[in-house]
Design a protein around this ligand. Structure first.
Ligand SMILES: *[C@@H]1O[C@H](CO)[C@@H](O)[C@H](O)[C@H]1NC(C)=O
Ligand SMILES: *[C@@H]1O[C@H](CO)[C@@H](O)[C@H](O)[C@H]1NC(C)=O
Ligand SMILES: *[C@@H]1O[C@H](CO)[C@@H](O)[C@H](O)[C@H]1NC(C)=O
Ligand SMILES: *[C@@H]1O[C@H](CO)[C@@H](O)[C@H](O)[C@H]1NC(C)=O
Ligand SMILES: *[C@@H]1O[C@H](CO)[C@@H](O)[C@H](O)[C@H]1NC(C)=O
Length: 779
């Protein structure tokens, strides 16, 4: 191993700027400014770069997929590893390690990755540099067997609880590290403008502020003090940028979007991630207004590096450089694709990932003088600094910590997963207080294709890329690979049922709504006091999740209608879906609707607890739920002139408690008179709201604070979320919630210079509940 001299910072321009969207909460035991962040390069790293060969440097920039070195039986092909190490000095590997569809557990992962490390380190090279391994651990270490799998990002968003983002990320980091892996490609910080997009569920919803706060919390959970704490991993903010607004709603379609929309809606989450110290970033698959992001100087150099001040390591998405030639069609040859991506942007690593064509093209481009050594050194510096920061350059720093392996799947982790599920479930409708199920309900019939398995609770990116599903062409994973680490809806209902309550399950119909034993269900339902219908979507991720119609499958709609017409008992609909599928008549046919999103394998227990009233629902919609299939691009912040008729608005979510907002005061004065000024550059002012739980049921309420500028130079958004606080309020009690406001909350990208932050003078409003506060902006 090389010995690393004590590090010296050559620059200390660490930027703790951009305070407006920063969340200064502390989580765990660290103070806000104690978290590590990528910083300018250490001198010892620059020394190494001086001595390395060009081949070794390009190898560091090369990331390949596991399938190049795994045999068909899932065992490591040592010859192949040696080949890529000796000839290409490959610096990084990615993706799940599995045998016949079964993922290895953390001990076996660590063994395989350590073998890759040993072979890599045995090759004759200037320095012994371990590889860095990366995994898409976006909701738990779900590619490692027997770890705790958490709800997806969309559930964390619905919980409006950053603590849960932090804790689940923190456990994911530890379980990832236990497997000998130092890097996760998470959090996912896109803004899913299109609700048809198959990646809605990976993200934190349609609001930039919510996404910023939760993303920053997750990054702190993944990374903590990652330069010394070896239970942590490098996080990766993705996918930069504007990925969530595909023109057609289909994954990887072009985005057509103004610079202003990019700056005001897509940038904030990534800026918050940078401010929280995110170590790495991944660019996105798409072209923005015809310009592929992967070759964009505008987005990856001017915006990301120069304006947003990202100093960490930047990786491409899967095969994206090659795609410049094959799908984006902006490069006539592969070699030109490599030139564009590297010479014109600040990309550091190519996720090549299934050949070494990137390496070969780079070598030729260097020989031709079309890519400079300075450009390569800039990337290698960031790559080696990352490896040093996560401990890979320390003696034995590439070995997994065996002690962490014993912790995977422990009961405390499961409790976090359960709490995240509990806090995310969103009660959309509750006619005649159908929920919680009344004491008179003694016999419950659970039906539907999502009610008896882990797969539909968990969605894609679970155990396998496409998730556990047998109803999909790609499906090769089923419930057996969860090793009993989860609770289905029916199991949850049966185990949580009060004494004397009987719960039974029948399929009824499949995920397309095709009749299975529905006639029998209808006949039998007459003997039951309530029916719980579990419906939703196929399991999918990315491209295979593309759909041409956002409505739920017609068969499901028809089966629910049939059931509703033929019985008088309460019909409770539980929706397990990654995106808000248009419900059609299911909305009227259901007495109550519980939106569960993708709460993870433990979600069945959380759902049962909510139905029985053992848990009071507190989730709120992190997106606009469309009523019509033509309204897939509606977001709550769209200008008011739009036709606005969603089924449920962003922030909607019922509780078993009744909350009232009273006595909202500004600086201690009720109904402030005269109108207060917000002066640009002046300190924040406080608004205090008293929230009373006017019911006999303890509950949690998320108080949302929006801002609105009725008139400004550029058509204003309808309103924009700028603050939220989730509070627990026991029955009959009142809690005070404090928000701060300043003029900067009204900043936007102006009309004169697209890059300029603008605040227009004039009247503005702050909205909390039904209350409006009037202020006047003075510049
Ligand atoms: C292992 O990799 C080498 C080199 O790539 C290849 O020739 C060989 O067929 C592989 N072995 C197996 C069993 O796949
Ligand atoms: C997962 O854990 C169970 C025990 O809970 C064990 O039987 C099973 O073999 C483990 N699976 C793997 C792949 O390690
Ligand atoms: C290792 O590499 C160095 C420099 O490239 C070379 O001089 C040396 O002969 C190599 N050693 C072996 C055993 O290949
Ligand atoms: C689930 O997958 C395993 C292989 O991982 C297989 O042995 C088993 O038969 C499958 N079960 C079902 C119900 O398909
Ligand atoms: C409003 O708050 C003030 C200050 O906390 C308190 O004195 C007053 O009683 C409250 N009024 C109501 C109606 O709750």
């Amino acid at each position: 191993m090389i010995s690393i001299t004590k590090s010296i910072l050559i620059l200390s321009l660490v930027s703790y700027v951009t305070a407006i969207l920063n969340d200064h909460h502390t989580y765990g035991t660290l103070e806000y400014n104690e978290y590590d962040r990528p910083e300018p390069i250490d001198l010892d790293i620059l020394d190494m770069i001086d001595k390395m060969t060009v081949e070794e440097k390009i190898g560091q920039m090369t990331q390949i997929n596991q399938d190049l070195v795994l045999n068909a039986d899932g065992r490591l092909n040592r010859t192949a590893v040696e080949y890529y190490a000796k000839n290409y000095y490959v610096g990084s590997y990615l993706n799940q390690l599995a045998r016949n569809g079964d993922n290895y557990d953390s001990a076996d992962y660590a063994k395989i990755i350590e073998e890759i490390q040993e072979i890599t380190l045995s090759v004759n090279s200037t320095f012994k540099i371990p590889i860095i391994y990366g995994l898409d651990h976006i909701h738990g270490a779900h590619y490692v067997a027997n770890t705790t799998i958490f709800p997806h990002g969309i559930n964390i968003a619905a919980s409006f609880n950053p603590e849960l983002a932090y804790e689940s990320a923190s456990i994911t980091a530890r379980d990832t590290r236990a497997a000998g892996v130092q890097w996760t490609f998470a959090p996912v910080l896109d803004i899913p403008v299109s609700k048809q997009w198959p990646r809605v569920y990976e993200n934190y919803g349609e609001d930039p502020h919510l996404s910023s706060i939760l993303g920053a919390a997750a990054i702190r959970g993944y990374q903590g003090k990652y330069k010394s704490d070896r239970t942590k991993v490098a996080a990766c903010m993705k996918h930069f940028i504007a990925y969530g607004a595909p023109w057609s709603g289909q994954d990887r379609d072009s985005t057509v979007v103004s610079d202003r929309t990019v700056n005001d809606y897509f940038v904030p989450g990534f800026q918050a991630a940078i401010d929280a110290g995110v170590a790495t970033a991944m660019e996105s698959y798409i072209d923005v207004n015809g310009e592929p992001v992967v070759s964009s100087n505008k987005y990856l150099q001017k915006l990301l590096r120069e304006k947003m001040k990202f100093e960490g390591m930047l990786v491409t998405d899967w095969k994206e450089i090659e795609n410049l030639h094959t799908t984006h069609r902006v490069a006539a040859t592969h070699k030109e694709a490599v030139r564009m991506a590297i010479a014109d942007t600040s990309i550091d690593m190519s996720m090549v990932p299934q050949d070494v064509i990137f390496f070969d093209s780079m070598m030729e481009l260097v020989k031709d003088g079309r890519i400079t050594m300075d450009r390569i050194d800039e990337s290698v510096a960031r790559l080696l600094q990352l490896k040093k920061d996560v401990g890979l350059l320390e003696t034995d720093g590439w070995k997994a910590n065996r002690d962490l392996q014993k912790l995977t799947g422990n009961a405390d982790d499961v409790e976090v997963a359960l709490n995240a599920a509990r806090e995310s479930l969103t009660l959309l409708k509750n006619e005649n207080n159908a929920l919680p199920l009344s004491k008179d309900v003694k016999k419950i019939l659970v039906i539907g294709p999502t009610g008896n398995n882990f797969g539909h609770l968990s969605g894609g990116w679970t155990i396998d890329w496409q998730g556990p599903t047998d109803d999909h062409w790609h499906g090769k994973v089923n419930d057996s690979q969860f090793y009993e680490k989860g609770i289905s809806v029916i199991k949850g209902m049966q185990s949580s049922a009060p004494d004397g309550v009987q719960v039974e399950y029948m399929n009824g119909f499949d995920i397309n709504g095709v009749n299975d034993n529905m006639d029998e269900v209808i006949e039998l339902s007459k003997d039951f006091d309530a029916v719980v219908v579990c419906i939703g979507e196929h399991v999918y991720s990315e491209l295979p999740g593309n759909i041409h119609d956002i409505r739920l499958p017609q068969g499901q709609v028809d089966q629910v209608a049939k059931l509703s017409k033929s019985t008088d008992i309460p019909l409770i609909t539980v929706l397990l879906e990654g995106r808000p599928r248009v419900m059609d008549t299911i909305q009227e046919d259901s007495d109550a609707i519980l939106l569960a999103y993708l709460p993870g394998p433990w979600g069945g227990k959380a759902i049962a607890e909510v139905l029985f009233g053992q848990v009071n629902p507190s989730g709120k919609l992190p997106y606009t739920y469309p009523k019509y299939s033509g309204d897939v691009n509606l977001n709550y912040w769209r200008p008011v002139s739009d036709v606005w008729d969603p089924l449920y608005e962003f922030g909607h979510g019922l509780s078993y408690s009744k909350f009232e907002y009273n006595n909202i005061t500004y600086l201690g004065q009720e109904n402030q008179e005269p109108m207060q000024s917000l002066v640009v550059g002046e300190p924040e002012k406080e608004i205090v709201v008293q929230v009373t739980n006017n019911s006999p049921v303890d509950g949690k309420e998320t108080v949302l604070m929006y801002v609105k500028q009725p008139f400004r130079r550029v058509t204003p958004p309808a309103k924009l979320l700028k603050g939220f606080k989730k509070v627990f309020i026991p029955a009959g009690e009142t809690k005070e919630v404090v928000f701060t406001v300043n003029a900067e909350l009204f900043q936007y990208t102006g009309v004169d210079d697209i890059a300029s932050d603008t605040i227009d003078n004039g009247p503005v409003k702050v909205l909390i509940g039904e209350q409006e506060f009037d202020f006047n902006i003075v510049n």
